[in-house]
Design a binder for this molecule. Structure first.
Ligand SMILES: [Zn+2]
Length: 407
Protein backbone atom coordinates (compact mmCIF):
# COMPACT_ATOMS: atom_id res chain seq x y z
CA UNK A 1 0.00 0.00 0.00
CA UNK A 2 2.69 2.44 1.03
CA UNK A 3 4.78 1.60 -2.02
CA UNK A 4 1.99 2.29 -4.40
CA UNK A 5 1.27 5.68 -2.90
CA UNK A 6 4.90 6.58 -2.96
CA UNK A 7 5.30 5.47 -6.53
CA UNK A 8 2.27 7.46 -7.60
CA UNK A 9 3.68 10.55 -6.03
CA UNK A 10 7.06 10.33 -7.75
CA UNK A 11 5.46 9.64 -11.07
CA UNK A 12 3.37 12.78 -10.66
CA UNK A 13 6.46 14.78 -9.76
CA UNK A 14 8.31 13.60 -12.83
CA UNK A 15 5.36 14.48 -15.02
CA UNK A 16 5.14 17.95 -13.54
CA UNK A 17 8.77 18.73 -14.15
CA UNK A 18 8.57 17.43 -17.72
CA UNK A 19 5.61 19.67 -18.24
CA UNK A 20 7.62 22.67 -17.11
CA UNK A 21 10.38 21.84 -19.57
CA UNK A 22 7.96 21.48 -22.46
CA UNK A 23 6.43 24.83 -21.77
CA UNK A 24 9.82 26.40 -22.05
CA UNK A 25 9.98 25.03 -25.62
CA UNK A 26 12.48 22.35 -24.79
CA UNK A 27 12.25 18.76 -25.80
CA UNK A 28 13.35 15.69 -23.96
CA UNK A 29 14.29 12.85 -26.20
CA UNK A 30 16.91 10.22 -26.72
CA UNK A 31 17.21 10.76 -30.45
CA UNK A 32 15.92 13.44 -32.73
CA UNK A 33 13.26 12.38 -35.23
CA UNK A 34 14.64 11.70 -38.69
CA UNK A 35 15.42 14.92 -40.53
CA UNK A 36 16.51 16.62 -37.33
CA UNK A 37 19.40 16.41 -34.90
CA UNK A 38 19.93 17.66 -31.41
CA UNK A 39 21.32 21.14 -31.12
CA UNK A 40 24.98 20.89 -30.05
CA UNK A 41 24.77 23.75 -27.56
CA UNK A 42 21.15 24.20 -26.55
CA UNK A 43 19.85 21.28 -24.56
CA UNK A 44 16.68 19.67 -25.87
CA UNK A 45 16.51 21.83 -28.97
CA UNK A 46 16.16 20.49 -32.50
CA UNK A 47 17.92 21.65 -35.60
CA UNK A 48 17.60 20.43 -39.17
CA UNK A 49 19.90 17.57 -40.08
CA UNK A 50 21.03 18.43 -43.60
CA UNK A 51 22.12 14.85 -44.21
CA UNK A 52 18.70 13.29 -43.65
CA UNK A 53 16.10 16.02 -44.28
CA UNK A 54 15.73 14.84 -47.87
CA UNK A 55 14.21 11.59 -46.60
CA UNK A 56 11.42 13.47 -44.85
CA UNK A 57 10.95 15.71 -47.88
CA UNK A 58 10.79 12.68 -50.13
CA UNK A 59 8.13 10.98 -47.97
CA UNK A 60 5.96 14.09 -48.03
CA UNK A 61 6.49 14.57 -51.76
CA UNK A 62 5.37 11.03 -52.45
CA UNK A 63 2.31 11.52 -50.25
CA UNK A 64 1.47 14.82 -51.96
CA UNK A 65 1.51 13.01 -55.29
CA UNK A 66 -1.46 11.04 -53.98
CA UNK A 67 0.27 7.93 -52.67
CA UNK A 68 -1.13 6.38 -49.49
CA UNK A 69 1.16 5.32 -46.64
CA UNK A 70 1.35 1.73 -47.91
CA UNK A 71 2.42 2.88 -51.38
CA UNK A 72 4.95 5.34 -49.97
CA UNK A 73 6.43 2.54 -47.86
CA UNK A 74 6.75 0.31 -50.92
CA UNK A 75 8.52 3.06 -52.86
CA UNK A 76 10.98 3.74 -50.02
CA UNK A 77 11.86 0.06 -49.86
CA UNK A 78 12.18 -0.17 -53.65
CA UNK A 79 14.61 2.74 -53.63
CA UNK A 80 16.52 1.33 -50.63
CA UNK A 81 16.11 4.50 -48.57
CA UNK A 82 17.74 3.97 -45.14
CA UNK A 83 15.39 3.81 -42.15
CA UNK A 84 15.73 6.06 -39.08
CA UNK A 85 16.73 3.05 -37.00
CA UNK A 86 19.51 2.12 -39.38
CA UNK A 87 20.75 5.72 -39.57
CA UNK A 88 20.92 5.89 -35.78
CA UNK A 89 22.83 2.63 -35.72
CA UNK A 90 25.30 3.97 -38.29
CA UNK A 91 25.81 7.19 -36.36
CA UNK A 92 25.55 6.22 -32.74
CA UNK A 93 25.85 2.46 -32.77
CA UNK A 94 22.40 2.04 -31.21
CA UNK A 95 20.51 -1.21 -31.57
CA UNK A 96 23.61 -2.96 -32.77
CA UNK A 97 21.92 -6.20 -31.77
CA UNK A 98 19.39 -5.60 -34.54
CA UNK A 99 21.54 -4.14 -37.27
CA UNK A 100 25.09 -5.50 -36.82
CA UNK A 101 24.61 -8.96 -38.30
CA UNK A 102 21.35 -8.30 -40.11
CA UNK A 103 21.03 -8.82 -43.86
CA UNK A 104 21.45 -5.71 -45.96
CA UNK A 105 17.67 -5.38 -46.53
CA UNK A 106 17.23 -4.57 -42.85
CA UNK A 107 18.65 -1.11 -43.50
CA UNK A 108 15.69 -0.12 -45.70
CA UNK A 109 12.94 -2.20 -44.11
CA UNK A 110 10.44 0.62 -43.70
CA UNK A 111 7.06 -0.11 -42.11
CA UNK A 112 3.73 1.50 -42.93
CA UNK A 113 3.38 2.57 -39.29
CA UNK A 114 6.70 4.41 -39.49
CA UNK A 115 5.70 6.26 -42.65
CA UNK A 116 2.30 7.10 -41.18
CA UNK A 117 3.81 8.52 -38.04
CA UNK A 118 6.22 10.70 -40.04
CA UNK A 119 3.34 11.96 -42.20
CA UNK A 120 1.37 12.92 -39.09
CA UNK A 121 4.24 14.36 -37.07
CA UNK A 122 3.89 18.09 -36.40
CA UNK A 123 7.59 18.15 -35.58
CA UNK A 124 8.11 18.66 -39.30
CA UNK A 125 6.18 21.93 -39.34
CA UNK A 126 8.17 23.23 -36.40
CA UNK A 127 5.85 22.28 -33.55
CA UNK A 128 6.49 20.22 -30.48
CA UNK A 129 3.72 17.96 -29.22
CA UNK A 130 3.98 16.40 -25.81
CA UNK A 131 2.01 14.07 -23.65
CA UNK A 132 0.73 12.00 -26.52
CA UNK A 133 0.53 9.07 -24.22
CA UNK A 134 0.24 8.72 -20.51
CA UNK A 135 0.44 5.98 -17.96
CA UNK A 136 -2.99 5.78 -16.41
CA UNK A 137 -1.78 4.40 -13.18
CA UNK A 138 1.59 3.33 -11.99
CA UNK A 139 0.49 -0.24 -11.42
CA UNK A 140 -1.25 -0.62 -14.72
CA UNK A 141 1.29 0.26 -17.36
CA UNK A 142 -1.07 0.34 -20.31
CA UNK A 143 -0.23 3.37 -22.31
CA UNK A 144 -3.32 5.27 -23.22
CA UNK A 145 -3.47 7.72 -26.06
CA UNK A 146 -4.68 11.01 -24.75
CA UNK A 147 -7.33 12.93 -26.56
CA UNK A 148 -5.80 15.39 -29.03
CA UNK A 149 -7.16 18.33 -27.05
CA UNK A 150 -5.09 17.26 -24.06
CA UNK A 151 -1.86 17.27 -26.01
CA UNK A 152 0.51 20.00 -25.20
CA UNK A 153 1.40 21.74 -28.45
CA UNK A 154 4.09 24.34 -28.65
CA UNK A 155 4.39 25.98 -32.03
CA UNK A 156 7.55 27.22 -33.67
CA UNK A 157 10.05 25.55 -31.36
CA UNK A 158 12.43 24.85 -34.26
CA UNK A 159 12.85 25.31 -38.00
CA UNK A 160 10.23 23.43 -40.07
CA UNK A 161 11.11 21.03 -42.90
CA UNK A 162 7.59 20.86 -44.35
CA UNK A 163 5.35 23.85 -45.06
CA UNK A 164 2.08 24.16 -43.18
CA UNK A 165 0.06 24.00 -46.41
CA UNK A 166 1.76 20.80 -47.62
CA UNK A 167 1.28 19.28 -44.18
CA UNK A 168 -2.41 20.21 -44.19
CA UNK A 169 -2.84 18.73 -47.65
CA UNK A 170 -1.36 15.44 -46.52
CA UNK A 171 -3.60 15.35 -43.41
CA UNK A 172 -6.61 15.91 -45.67
CA UNK A 173 -5.57 13.01 -47.90
CA UNK A 174 -5.11 10.73 -44.91
CA UNK A 175 -8.56 11.64 -43.58
CA UNK A 176 -10.34 11.10 -46.90
CA UNK A 177 -8.58 7.78 -47.48
CA UNK A 178 -9.73 6.65 -44.04
CA UNK A 179 -13.31 7.63 -44.88
CA UNK A 180 -13.24 5.67 -48.13
CA UNK A 181 -11.76 2.60 -46.49
CA UNK A 182 -14.50 2.71 -43.91
CA UNK A 183 -17.06 2.86 -46.72
CA UNK A 184 -15.72 -0.11 -48.65
CA UNK A 185 -15.47 -2.44 -45.69
CA UNK A 186 -19.18 -2.07 -45.26
CA UNK A 187 -20.55 -1.09 -48.63
CA UNK A 188 -21.38 2.15 -50.30
CA UNK A 189 -24.86 1.38 -51.63
CA UNK A 190 -26.40 1.46 -48.13
CA UNK A 191 -30.17 1.19 -48.42
CA UNK A 192 -31.26 1.79 -51.98
CA UNK A 193 -30.65 -1.71 -53.42
CA UNK A 194 -34.05 -3.41 -53.69
CA UNK A 195 -35.42 -6.76 -54.75
CA UNK A 196 -37.42 -6.47 -57.98
CA UNK A 197 -39.92 -9.14 -56.91
CA UNK A 198 -40.72 -8.52 -53.26
CA UNK A 199 -39.51 -4.96 -52.84
CA UNK A 200 -37.44 -5.72 -49.75
CA UNK A 201 -33.88 -4.46 -49.49
CA UNK A 202 -31.04 -6.66 -50.60
CA UNK A 203 -28.77 -7.44 -47.69
CA UNK A 204 -25.00 -7.21 -47.93
CA UNK A 205 -22.62 -9.97 -46.86
CA UNK A 206 -19.09 -11.15 -47.46
CA UNK A 207 -18.16 -14.72 -48.25
CA UNK A 208 -14.87 -15.38 -46.52
CA UNK A 209 -14.61 -19.18 -46.54
CA UNK A 210 -13.20 -19.42 -50.02
CA UNK A 211 -9.99 -18.80 -51.91
CA UNK A 212 -10.87 -15.30 -53.02
CA UNK A 213 -13.36 -13.78 -50.60
CA UNK A 214 -16.07 -11.66 -52.17
CA UNK A 215 -19.02 -9.56 -51.11
CA UNK A 216 -22.52 -9.85 -52.45
CA UNK A 217 -26.14 -8.79 -52.09
CA UNK A 218 -29.06 -11.12 -51.52
CA UNK A 219 -32.79 -10.55 -51.08
CA UNK A 220 -33.30 -10.05 -47.34
CA UNK A 221 -36.83 -11.49 -47.47
CA UNK A 222 -35.45 -14.66 -49.04
CA UNK A 223 -32.60 -14.75 -46.51
CA UNK A 224 -34.80 -14.40 -43.48
CA UNK A 225 -38.02 -16.17 -44.53
CA UNK A 226 -36.87 -18.72 -47.07
CA UNK A 227 -37.65 -19.70 -50.63
CA UNK A 228 -41.39 -19.83 -50.13
CA UNK A 229 -41.29 -16.04 -49.89
CA UNK A 230 -38.81 -14.94 -52.55
CA UNK A 231 -35.75 -16.12 -54.46
CA UNK A 232 -32.07 -15.23 -53.97
CA UNK A 233 -31.66 -12.25 -56.30
CA UNK A 234 -27.98 -12.77 -55.72
CA UNK A 235 -25.56 -10.25 -57.18
CA UNK A 236 -21.87 -9.78 -56.48
CA UNK A 237 -20.85 -6.46 -55.00
CA UNK A 238 -18.12 -5.92 -57.61
CA UNK A 239 -20.56 -6.68 -60.44
CA UNK A 240 -23.09 -4.16 -59.18
CA UNK A 241 -20.33 -1.65 -58.46
CA UNK A 242 -18.88 -1.97 -61.97
CA UNK A 243 -22.30 -1.69 -63.62
CA UNK A 244 -23.42 1.38 -61.66
CA UNK A 245 -20.04 3.05 -62.15
CA UNK A 246 -20.20 2.42 -65.90
CA UNK A 247 -23.68 4.00 -66.09
CA UNK A 248 -22.57 7.09 -64.17
CA UNK A 249 -19.50 7.35 -66.38
CA UNK A 250 -21.75 7.13 -69.40
CA UNK A 251 -24.09 9.90 -68.22
CA UNK A 252 -21.22 12.06 -67.07
CA UNK A 253 -19.65 11.67 -70.51
CA UNK A 254 -22.94 12.63 -72.18
CA UNK A 255 -23.26 15.70 -69.96
CA UNK A 256 -19.78 16.85 -70.97
CA UNK A 257 -20.23 16.18 -74.66
CA UNK A 258 -23.61 17.72 -75.30
CA UNK A 259 -25.57 19.17 -72.43
CA UNK A 260 -28.54 20.21 -74.51
CA UNK A 261 -28.96 16.84 -76.10
CA UNK A 262 -28.81 15.09 -72.74
CA UNK A 263 -31.33 17.48 -71.24
CA UNK A 264 -33.72 16.76 -74.09
CA UNK A 265 -33.22 13.07 -73.55
CA UNK A 266 -33.85 13.34 -69.82
CA UNK A 267 -36.99 15.35 -70.43
CA UNK A 268 -38.22 12.87 -73.01
CA UNK A 269 -37.65 10.04 -70.58
CA UNK A 270 -39.56 11.79 -67.88
CA UNK A 271 -42.13 12.80 -70.51
CA UNK A 272 -42.81 9.20 -71.37
CA UNK A 273 -43.51 8.55 -67.73
CA UNK A 274 -45.31 11.73 -66.86
CA UNK A 275 -46.61 12.82 -70.27
CA UNK A 276 -49.85 10.85 -70.04
CA UNK A 277 -50.43 12.03 -66.50
CA UNK A 278 -49.72 15.62 -67.41
CA UNK A 279 -52.16 15.55 -70.37
CA UNK A 280 -54.91 14.22 -68.12
CA UNK A 281 -54.14 16.80 -65.46
CA UNK A 282 -54.28 19.59 -68.02
CA UNK A 283 -57.63 18.48 -69.47
CA UNK A 284 -59.06 17.99 -65.97
CA UNK A 285 -57.96 21.48 -65.11
CA UNK A 286 -59.56 22.93 -68.26
CA UNK A 287 -62.80 21.12 -67.57
CA UNK A 288 -62.88 22.37 -63.99
CA UNK A 289 -62.19 25.88 -65.17
CA UNK A 290 -65.03 25.75 -67.73
CA UNK A 291 -67.53 24.39 -65.22
CA UNK A 292 -66.53 27.03 -62.73
CA UNK A 293 -67.32 29.86 -65.11
CA UNK A 294 -70.60 28.15 -66.06
CA UNK A 295 -71.59 27.93 -62.41
CA UNK A 296 -70.60 31.54 -61.90
CA UNK A 297 -72.85 32.58 -64.82
CA UNK A 298 -75.73 30.40 -63.59
CA UNK A 299 -75.46 31.90 -60.17
CA UNK A 300 -75.50 35.44 -61.55
CA UNK A 301 -78.56 34.67 -63.63
CA UNK A 302 -80.26 33.04 -60.63
CA UNK A 303 -79.63 36.14 -58.60
CA UNK A 304 -81.03 38.38 -61.34
CA UNK A 305 -84.11 36.13 -61.64
CA UNK A 306 -84.73 36.40 -57.94
CA UNK A 307 -84.27 40.16 -57.88
CA UNK A 308 -86.65 40.49 -60.83
CA UNK A 309 -89.14 38.24 -59.00
CA UNK A 310 -89.00 35.54 -61.66
CA UNK A 311 -88.34 32.82 -59.03
CA UNK A 312 -89.48 32.34 -55.46
CA UNK A 313 -87.18 32.91 -52.50
CA UNK A 314 -87.49 29.22 -51.65
CA UNK A 315 -86.21 28.18 -55.08
CA UNK A 316 -83.50 30.80 -54.98
CA UNK A 317 -82.21 29.54 -51.62
CA UNK A 318 -82.28 25.95 -52.73
CA UNK A 319 -80.49 26.55 -56.03
CA UNK A 320 -77.98 29.01 -54.65
CA UNK A 321 -76.98 26.50 -51.95
CA UNK A 322 -76.46 23.91 -54.67
CA UNK A 323 -74.34 26.24 -56.81
CA UNK A 324 -72.33 27.38 -53.84
CA UNK A 325 -71.56 23.78 -52.95
CA UNK A 326 -70.43 23.09 -56.46
CA UNK A 327 -68.33 26.23 -56.51
CA UNK A 328 -66.58 25.22 -53.31
CA UNK A 329 -65.93 21.76 -54.68
CA UNK A 330 -64.57 23.14 -57.92
CA UNK A 331 -62.30 25.53 -56.03
CA UNK A 332 -60.87 22.62 -54.09
CA UNK A 333 -60.39 20.52 -57.22
CA UNK A 334 -58.84 23.46 -59.01
CA UNK A 335 -56.27 24.01 -56.29
CA UNK A 336 -55.32 20.33 -56.21
CA UNK A 337 -54.94 20.08 -59.98
CA UNK A 338 -52.85 23.25 -60.16
CA UNK A 339 -50.46 21.91 -57.49
CA UNK A 340 -50.11 18.58 -59.28
CA UNK A 341 -49.43 20.25 -62.57
CA UNK A 342 -46.77 22.44 -60.99
CA UNK A 343 -45.14 19.32 -59.65
CA UNK A 344 -45.05 17.86 -63.12
CA UNK A 345 -43.61 21.05 -64.55
CA UNK A 346 -40.93 20.83 -61.87
CA UNK A 347 -39.33 18.02 -63.92
CA UNK A 348 -37.55 20.50 -66.18
CA UNK A 349 -35.59 22.06 -63.35
CA UNK A 350 -35.10 18.61 -61.77
CA UNK A 351 -33.57 17.30 -64.97
CA UNK A 352 -31.28 20.31 -65.07
CA UNK A 353 -30.30 19.74 -61.45
CA UNK A 354 -29.47 16.08 -62.00
CA UNK A 355 -27.52 16.89 -65.11
CA UNK A 356 -25.40 19.45 -63.32
CA UNK A 357 -24.64 16.90 -60.59
CA UNK A 358 -23.65 14.19 -63.04
CA UNK A 359 -21.55 16.69 -64.94
CA UNK A 360 -19.84 17.73 -61.72
CA UNK A 361 -18.92 14.11 -61.11
CA UNK A 362 -16.65 14.54 -64.16
CA UNK A 363 -16.27 11.02 -65.48
CA UNK A 364 -15.99 9.32 -62.06
CA UNK A 365 -13.39 6.58 -61.68
CA UNK A 366 -14.80 5.28 -58.44
CA UNK A 367 -18.11 5.27 -56.63
CA UNK A 368 -18.46 7.00 -53.32
CA UNK A 369 -21.39 6.98 -50.94
CA UNK A 370 -21.91 10.69 -51.54
CA UNK A 371 -21.92 10.32 -55.33
CA UNK A 372 -24.55 7.57 -55.05
CA UNK A 373 -26.67 9.61 -52.64
CA UNK A 374 -26.57 12.62 -54.91
CA UNK A 375 -27.45 10.87 -58.14
CA UNK A 376 -29.32 7.68 -57.38
CA UNK A 377 -32.69 7.13 -55.74
CA UNK A 378 -32.69 3.34 -55.74
CA UNK A 379 -31.38 0.31 -57.59
CA UNK A 380 -33.71 -2.58 -58.36
CA UNK A 381 -32.14 -5.98 -58.90
CA UNK A 382 -33.97 -8.73 -60.82
CA UNK A 383 -33.43 -12.45 -60.51
CA UNK A 384 -30.79 -13.63 -62.95
CA UNK A 385 -31.80 -15.66 -65.98
CA UNK A 386 -29.43 -18.57 -66.04
CA UNK A 387 -28.91 -20.09 -69.46
CA UNK A 388 -27.96 -23.66 -70.27
CA UNK A 389 -24.51 -22.65 -71.48
CA UNK A 390 -23.91 -21.45 -67.89
CA UNK A 391 -24.08 -17.79 -68.84
CA UNK A 392 -26.56 -15.56 -67.08
CA UNK A 393 -28.39 -12.35 -67.68
CA UNK A 394 -29.51 -10.10 -64.93
CA UNK A 395 -31.52 -6.93 -65.15
CA UNK A 396 -30.53 -4.02 -62.95
CA UNK A 397 -32.73 -0.95 -62.97
CA UNK A 398 -31.31 2.32 -61.76
CA UNK A 399 -33.78 4.97 -60.63
CA UNK A 400 -32.02 8.30 -60.58
CA UNK A 401 -32.88 11.08 -58.22
CA UNK A 402 -35.20 13.77 -59.67
CA UNK A 403 -35.56 12.07 -63.03
CA UNK A 404 -36.38 8.42 -62.43
CA UNK A 405 -35.35 5.77 -64.91
CA UNK A 406 -33.45 6.51 -68.10
CA UNK A 407 -31.92 4.13 -70.58
ZN1 LIG B 1 -37.14 -10.60 -52.84
Amino acid sequence: MFNEWFAKDTSRKVKTSLNAKFRAGERTFAYAPIGYKKHPDIKNKLMIDEETRWIVEKIYELALLGNGSAKVTKLLIAEKIPTPGYLNYKRYGTFANIYADAPEEKSWSWTIAQVKSILRDETYIGNSIHYRETNVSFKNKHRVRKDKSEWLRIEGTHEPIISQSDFDKVQGQIASRRRERKDSTTQIFAGPVKCADCGWSLSFATKKQCKTPYSYFKCSRYSSLGKAYCSGHFIRYDTLYAYVLSRLQFWSGQAHMDEEKLLKKLLNASDRETGVIRKKQESDLKRAEKRKSEVDALFTRLYEDWVAGRITEYNFNMLSAKYQDEQAQLDEQFKGLKAKLNETRQTVSDAEKWMSYVKEAAYPTELTASLLNTLIEKIVVHEADRHEDSTAEQEIEIYYRFIGKID
